[in-house]
Write a protein that binds this ligand. Structure first.
Ligand SMILES: *Cc1c(COP(=O)(O)O)cnc(C)c1O
Length: 324
């Protein structure tokens, strides 16, 4: 794991802008840069630090000593929140979708080790995560708390994520035709849209199947953050590879091959799906020669722990050419 920190006062910030050189890009005349958000912090990986920054500040100024949030058993958001709470001496409670056995997995063991209390609920209960009744029950159980919605979303997340592109050196920021990022809730994308240079197009790669509802959600997130939608953004709705958390043999083989070629690790839930789909677009000629592209490496590598065997088995089953 990288040990750089996100301290912007450091005179030598971590090298977060990195050209990705692949034979495919050379052949097609496409220039691709990765913004390595995975390198910004050893434990709060990727986009989650940006998503949490202003919510944590707001929680602190609200005077509430306790934060409740929601996530799945391998959630990067829950992992990041647990560490951020530990660092700041704020009590955290994670409402987790699934069985208590998950507490033993690497993500939740870390979280518990940083003092997060884990509260497991079944799927039906979890679906009530934004309902007043359920939130009141949580308050009866845990005491008053500051609520951070699932995935850390909300206007404060949009604001935090609008600082992501600050990590691109100013002289380069205007130069990208296309800025791409994987999409879960769309919080990160909303910040990119809010801060993109006028000439750049933003393309989000949702990892959920049937994610056209995200157009509405993202517009709403922009509105709540008080940002006028500048347009110039789109969602690539066919990047999900079968649905959330599904790992095809092609995806597993692609991730392994990319790591071998470039030494860059991607996770199969978010960044792997984005890059596989992007590279297929390049192969299909959907990305014009001469295009300069910025793709966000949003982190998520903590979630890889415990997946090595699955990924290995999957990629053994793959035969065929990979878009590299
Ligand atoms: C959470 C996460 C995303 C999705 O971010 P949203 O703001 O929910 O769209 C993308 N990549 C990684 C690695 C993540 O952990």
């Amino acid at each position: 794991m990288q040990t750089n920190t996100a301290d912007t006062s450091d005179s030598s910030p971590p090298a977060v802008l990195q050209q990705l050189t692949l034979e495919l890009y050379r052949r097609t005349g496409v220039e691709v840069w990765l913004l390595r958000l995975d390198r910004l912090h050893a434990l709060i990986s990727g986009n989650k630090g940006f998503k949490l920054k202003y919510a944590l500040a707001d929680a602190a100024s609200s005077g509430l000593q306790r934060i409740v949030s929601f996530g799945g058993a391998f959630s990067n958001h829950i992992h990041a929140l647990a560490y951020a709470g530990y660092e700041r001496g704020i009590e955290t409670i994670g409402v987790i979708r699934g069985e208590p056995e998950y507490a033993k997995n690497p993500t939740l063991s870390d979280a518990a080790g940083w003092g997060m209390r884990l509260y497991f609920v079944d799927r039906a209960t979890y679906r009530q995560k934004s309902q007043a009744d359920f939130l009141r029950q949580l308050e009866d159980r845990f005491g008053t708390f500051y609520l951070i919605p699932e995935g850390g979303c909300g206007p404060l997340a949009t604001r935090g994520c609008s600082e992501i592109l600050d990590w691109v050196p100013a002289s380069r920021r205007e130069g990208f035709d296309l800025i791409g990022a994987p999409v879960g809730t769309g919080g990160t994308l909303s910040g990119l849209i809010a801060s993109k240079p006028a000439r750049s197009r933003v393309l989000g790669y949702p990892v959920l199947k049937g994610a056209d509802f995200l157009y509405r959600d993202i517009r709403q997130q922009l509105a709540l953050a008080g940002v006028a939608d500048p347009g110039g953004w789109e969602l690539q709705l066919d990047a999900h590879g079968g649905g959330y958390g599904r790992v095809s043999s092609q995806l597993a083989a692609f991730i392994a091959a990319l790591d071998r070629e470039t030494g860059i690790a991607l996770d199969p839930v978010y960044t792997g799906k984005m890059l596989l789909r992007f590279n297929q677009q390049v192969v299909q000629g959907e990305i014009r020669a001469g295009s300069r592209v910025l793709l966000l490496h949003t982190g998520g590598l903590q979630g890889l722990r415990g997946m090595a065997k699955t990924l290995y088995d999957r990629r053994q089953a793959f035969q065929g050419a990979l878009p590299l």
